[in-house]
Design a protein around this ligand. Structure first.
Ligand code: SF4
Ligand code: SF4
Ligand code: SF4
Length: 433
C-alpha cells in the first residue's frame, strides 16, 4: 500500500507526457514503477529524486498553461489550483518511502548508497545541461534518431551510472567491471565510427569525421590551427580527474589493456622507456607544426596520422601482448604522457602508507608499470599511474589506496568512482567523433 502514492504519481506523469505527445517519456514513466521490485536503498533515493523532479515538471506545466489561458482571456484559477495540488502530491508521495514498511523493504545495509545516488544525480545534471545548451544539432544520440527520446536516454544512462557505481564500489569486482565498461565504451565508440564512415553522419558530433587516434587530439589542432573541441575535452577531463582518462575513457587504451591482460602477469619495462616516450611526444608535436608550415596537404597529413596509429596497433599486438604490460600506452602514446603530466594537477593520487612491507604483490596488479620496487619504496605510484585502481584490491595489508585531500581512503575511492563513472556514462551517451 505504501508504494501506491509513488506509483500513482508516476502514472499521472505518464498521462501528462502522453498528452503533450512525448510518448517515449510516457512509456518510461509507465515502466518506472517496476524498478521498485529491486529492494535496494539507492532505488528508493533515486525514485524520491524523480518524484521531486516530477513535481517541478507539474509546476512548469501549471505556469505554461496559466500563461496561455491568460493570453486567451480565459479563467485559469481552477486549473492552477488543481495542477498545484497534483504537483504538491507528487512531491509528497516521495515521503511514502519513509514509512516503516518502506524502510524495511529498502534496507540501508551500508554507507555505499550515497555515491550511487550521486552518480545518478550527476549524470542527469551533466547530460541535461548538454541537452539544454547544445540543442542544434543535439549531442544526445537517441534524440538525433528519435526526437523526444533525449530525456529517456538521460534517465536510462543515469540508472546505468548508478548500477555501475554499485558494482565498482565492491573492491573485489571493481577491476573486472572497469575492464568490461572500458571495453564496452571502446566498442560503442568504434561502432559509431564505422557507422559514421559508412555514411550515417548522425553518429558524428559535428557531421565531420575525425581520426580516432589519441595522438591526433594533440597533433590535430597544431596542424589545422583549429578544431580544439577534443583537446579542450581531454585537458578539462584530465585536470579534473587526473590520468584516469587512460584507464576509463580512452577508446584505444582499452585494446592495449585487453591485450596486456592476455598474460597472467605484467612484465617490467626498461628505464629508458621514459626518454623514448618524451622523444615521441616531441616528434609528434614538431611534425604537426612542421607539416602545417610546409603547407603539406591534409591527405598526406592524414595518411601519416593513420600510419602512426597503425604502428601503435602493431606495438600492442607484438609488444603489449607479449609483455603483459601496456607498452603502447606507457611507451608509445604521446597523449598518455600529457595525461600523466597534466593529471598531476588533479588532487587524486595512489598512495602507499607505512603499513606496507614492500612485499611487491601490487606490482603484479599494475599493467601500467607504475609500481616498480622504487615506486613502492617512495610510497607512491610512478608517473605512468592511470588511477585504474587495480592495485587497491591486490594488497592484503590495505596499504595502497586512493588519496584525495584529507579524506579517508574509502571516501576518496568513492568520490573517484562517482566522478569517473559519471563521466563514462556521459561520454557514452553523446555523439563523439
Ligand atoms: S596512453 Fe594514449 S592510447 Fe593509451 S589510454 Fe592514454 S590516450 Fe589512450
Ligand atoms: S601489496 Fe601492499 S604491502 Fe605489498 S608492496 Fe604493495 S602496498 Fe606494500
Ligand atoms: S599504480 Fe595502481 S592505480 Fe596506478 S596504474 Fe598501477 S594498478 Fe592502476
Amino acid at each position: 500500500m505504501y508504494l501506491f502514492p509513488p506509483t500513482l504519481s508516476t502514472l499521472l506523469l505518464a498521462a501528462h507526457f502522453s498528452r503533450v505527445d512525448n510518448d517515449w517519456l510516457a512509456i518510461f514513466c509507465l515502466a518506472l514503477p517496476f524498478i521498485l521490485f529491486v529492494k535496494k536503498f539507492w532505488v528508493k533515493r533515486v525514485y524520491q529524486i524523480l518524484l521531486i523532479l516530477g513535481g517541478v515538471i507539474w509546476i512548469e506545466r501549471t505556469v505554461v498553461l496559466v500563461q496561455m489561458r491568460e493570453e486567451a482571456g480565459e479563467p485559469w484559477s481552477r486549473l492552477a489550483i488543481i495542477l498545484s495540488v497534483v504537483a504538491l502530491l507528487t512531491v509528497l508521495s516521495a515521503l511514502s518511502f519513509e514509512t516503516k514498511k518502506a524502510k524495511s523493504r529498502f534496507i540501508k545495509t551500508d554507507n555505499e548508497s550515497s555515491p550511487i545516488v550521486f552518480s545518478f544525480a550527476l549524470t542527469v545534471l551533466l547530460l541535461s545541461f548538454v541537452h539544454w545548451k547544445v540543442a542544434h544539432p543535439t549531442m544526445l544520440l537517441a534524440e538525433r534518431f528519435l526526437p523526444g527520446t533525449g530525456w529517456v536516454e538521460i534517465l536510462l544512462l543515469a540508472f546505468y551510472a548508478a548500477w555501475i557505481t554499485e558494482k565498482m564500489l565492491d573492491i573485489k569486482k571493481s577491476s573486472t567491471i572497469r575492464k568490461r565498461i572500458w571495453t564496452g565504451f571502446s566498442f560503442v565508440f568504434f561502432s559509431q565510427f564505422i557507422l559514421g564512415l559508412s555514411g550515417l553522419e548522425k553518429f558524428l558530433m559535428t557531421g565531420e569525421l575525425h581520426l580516432p587516434i589519441p595522438a591526433v587530439i594533440l597533433a590535430g589542432p597544431l596542424y589545422r590551427g583549429e578544431g580544439l573541441f577534443m583537446l579542450i575535452l581531454f585537458v578539462g577531463t584530465v585536470l579534473f580527474i587526473g590520468s584516469a582518462w587512460c584507464s576509463h575513457l580512452c577508446y584505444v587504451g582499452a585494446w592495449d589493456n585487453l591485450l596486456a591482460c592476455s598474460q597472467k602477469k605484467p612484465g617490467t619495462l626498461p628505464r629508458w622507456r621514459h626518454g623514448v616516450r618524451i622523444g615521441i611526444l616531441l616528434f609528434v608535436l614538431s611534425a604537426a607544426i612542421g607539416l602545417r608550415y610546409l603547407g603539406i596537404s591534409g591527405v598526406v597529413a592524414t595518411t601519416l596520422a593513420v600510419l602512426f596509429g597503425l604502428l601503435g596497433v602493431g606495438i600492442m599486438v607484438f609488444f603489449t601482448r607479449k609483455k603483459g604490460t601496456m607498452v603502447h600506452c606507457t611507451v608509445y602514446c604521446p597523449t598518455g604522457l600529457v595525461a600523466d603530466w597534466l593529471g598531476k594537477v588533479s588532487p587524486f593520487r595512489i598512495h602507499i602508507d607505512n603499513k606496507c612491507d614492500d612485499c611487491g604483490a601490487c606490482t603484479f596488479a599494475c599493467r601500467y608499470n607504475a609500481l616498480e620496487a622504487d615506486d613502492i619504496q617512495k610510497r607512491k605510484a610512478g608517473i605512468t599511474c592511470s588511477l585504474c585502481g587495480d592495485c587497491v584490491q591486490s594488497c592484503g595489508k590495505e596499504s595502497i589506496h586512493y588519496k584525495f585531500f584529507g579524506l579517508k581512503p574509502q571516501t576518496a575511492r568513492s568520490v573517484f568512482i562517482v566522478l569517473i563513472v559519471t563521466l563514462h556514462a556521459v561520454f557514452l551517451g553523446l555523439a563523439r567523433l
